[in-house]
Write a protein that binds this ligand. Structure first.
Ligand SMILES: Cc1cc2nc3c(=O)[nH]c(=O)nc-3n(C[C@H](O)[C@H](O)[C@H](O)COP(=O)(O)OP(=O)(O)OC[C@H]3O[C@@H](n4cnc5c(N)ncnc54)[C@H](O)[C@@H]3O)c2cc1C
Length: 219
């Protein structure tokens, strides 16, 4: 609980990923008097997606890219509940669980990540490896690499994450397997990283071309 003042409200943060980690860090640095803080997450150790490309590249270890939510919650004076939410009762302002009593909230912040809609692309469910959830991606990647480094990799999505992962695959394959894979990036947008300035897209394009990556935009 945020110390020094009577409790005037309960903020529950649901999910312990990228978004909530940043919020918890802010509360740790600048506590709000009277606010009772609770973090609810199904993981105790959360992978930090910003570090995933460098993990794929082999720069960071699995341990490096994980944040201990119990410790972070303690730093922010937050209660930590390790559980998977199954529903939200908005009338009674409660989070519901299959195996524990509900958790009440005055304010609720839900950041439980997104998952690619594999059904939207024919064959994706059988052949693609979704990056989210990250824990599953890590295992699928390990499995693939243990059978031999795939020679052709297609990445669907030309945002920052897809481009960073392409560069990471190229570097890691070159270092560990002696040759870069053939990488293809398919982006629906007219150019890479459409949310960033055109210059960023050009620089990324050049970096990807330098490692032999083929980019197809408007796909
Ligand atoms: C390779 C890659 C690199 C990226 N790099 C960056 C970057 O550098 N900067 C940036 O801003 N964004 C980056 N992103 C985007 C970023 O990951 C997402 O925008 C962000 O993760 C969304 O935040 P989130 O906290 O909602 O989800 P996530 O980080 O995916 O976390 C979801 C959390 O919710 C928990 N959870 C899920 N369901 C439940 C449930 N039912 N009950 C309890 N807990 C649950 C999960 O265990 C997890 O802890 C990157 C994405 C990728 C794929």
């Amino acid at each position: 609980m945020q110390t020094g003042a009577p409790v005037s409200g309960e903020l529950v943060l649901l999910g312990g990923g990228h978004a909530q980690v940043a919020a918890l860090k802010s509360f740790a640095m600048r506590p709000l008097p009277g606010l009772r803080l609770t973090l609810v997450c199904r993981d105790i150790n959360t992978p930090y997606s910003g570090m995933l490309p460098a993990f794929v590249e082999g720069v960071w270890s699995e341990r490096d890219i994980h944040i201990d939510l119990q410790k972070l919650a303690a730093m922010a004076n937050a209660r930590f509940i390790h559980a998977e939410a199954t529903g939200i009762d908005t009338d009674d302002k409660r989070i519901l669980f299959a195996d524990r009593p509900p958790v009440k909230f005055d304010m609720l912040s839900v950041n439980i990540g997104g998952r690619p809609n594999l059904a939207a692309i024919d064959g994706a469910a059988q052949h693609a490896v979704p990056v989210k959830p990250i824990s599953r991606f890590q295992h699928r990647l390990d499995e693939l690499v243990s059978k031999g480094y795939p020679r052709r990799i297609a990445i669907i999505g030309g945002g920052a994450a897809g481009c960073e992962l392409a560069l990471a695959f190229a570097r890691r394959w070159f270092r560990e397997a002696g040759a870069r894979p053939d990488i293809f990036i398919f982006a629906r947008s007219a150019r890479l990283v459409p949310e960033m300035p055109p210059r960023a897209a050009r620089l990324l394009h050049d970096a990807l071309r330098d490692v032999g990556c083929t980019v197809q935009c408007g796909a």
